[in-house]
Design a protein around this ligand. Structure first.
Ligand code: AMP
Length: 287
């Protein structure tokens, strides 16, 4: 595996790759890699001649400085895992390399109402930071395909919108959420849970499953979400939201009437043991 820390060196290498008519699959990550990340890299390799992964803990997408400071960093293990699955290239830039202009910016992206619900509502500025770093990375890597996880569904929709705003030809491939055997969505943040909290954490997945199973039955969907919220509280979570939404024209809208054939998604964010966990499940349709 090649490892690049400088954008100019990576660009030079990728220019040669493109000259030999090879396709490039790209997986941006923040490291502390788990099987969810690795499944994206494997998908990128399967569909392209080379797979490149970036590891960069992006400061501009953290609205909470403590969350940024506590973000797990496990570079040596990450490199071993990437080598093990024959990743072609790792891009590992510094903050200065990615933000030579400094972290402040006046530039904003118009993500519409996607930015004011769910993660957008509870993490102000988060998606502007995501848009900024993904835009920068795409300018450097110029991949054919970009692989992202459904685990961060709203982020996928933001990036889909970004690609359209910047008229990018890159194809976004959304890959399924990888889960632990008990159903907990794999996440770098899970490593910060105590053993007792780790056992409890599966409650989020169970709440999503119960919403899915009850959907369309006797319970109204709003009651369904309220019940799940209360259940999580009883189990010791501090839920931020339990929402059932409809996907329409690339935007997520609160469901306020029966959705017909529209794609419907349930999404949860909840704190447990000082760790913020998110997960979602498609109730009907596809994204
Ligand atoms: P992160 O390092 O958390 O920024 O995630 C990098 C990429 O991996 C994003 O596209 C995530 O959606 C994806 N990802 C994170 N967790 C999972 C998972 N459990 N299954 C599939 N993809 C995931």
């Amino acid at each position: 595996m090649y490892l690049f820390k400088r954008r100019a060196d990576l660009k030079k290498h990728l220019d040669l790759v493109r000259k030999s008519h090879k396709s490039i699959g790209f997986v941006p990550t923040m490291g502390a890699l788990h099987n969810g990340h690795l499944s994206l890299i494997q998908a990128a390799k399967k569909e392209n001649d080379i797979a490149i992964c970036s590891i960069f803990v992006n400061p501009t997408q953290f609205n909470d400085p403590k969350d940024f400071e506590k973000y797990p960093i496990t570079i040596d293990e990450d490199i071993k895992k990437l080598n093990h699955i024959s990743t072609d290239i790792l891009f590992l830039p510094s903050v200065e390399e990615m933000y030579p202009e400094g972290l402040e910016t006046a530039q904003t992206y118009d993500f519409g109402s996607l930015e004011t619900i769910l993660e957008g509502k509870f993490r102000p500025g988060h998606f502007q930071g995501v848009g900024r770093i993904v835009h920068k990375l795409l300018d450097i890597v110029e991949p054919n395909q970009l692989f992202m996880g459904q685990k961060d569904l709203q982020q996928c929709l933001i990036v889909r919108r970004l690609l359209s705003l910047i008229h990018s030809p890159v194809k976004l491939v959304v890959c399924p959420t990888e889960r632990e055997p008990d159903g907990l969505a794999m996440s770098s943040r899970n490593t910060r849970l105590s053993p007792a909290s780790r056992q409890k954490a599966v409650g989020i997945y169970q709440a999503l499953l119960s919403i899915k199973n009850n959907f369309g039955k006797d319970l109204h969907f709003l009651e369904n979400a309220h019940d799940a919220f209360d259940q999580l509280k009883k189990q010791g979570f501090e839920p931020e939201y339990v929402d059932i939404l409809q996907l329409e024209d690339g935007q997520l809208k609160q469901l306020d009437q029966p959705p017909g054939n529209a794609t419907v998604v349930a999404a949860i964010a909840a704190w447990l043991d000082g760790v913020r966990l998110i997960d979602n499940m498609i109730i009907q349709g596809n994204i």
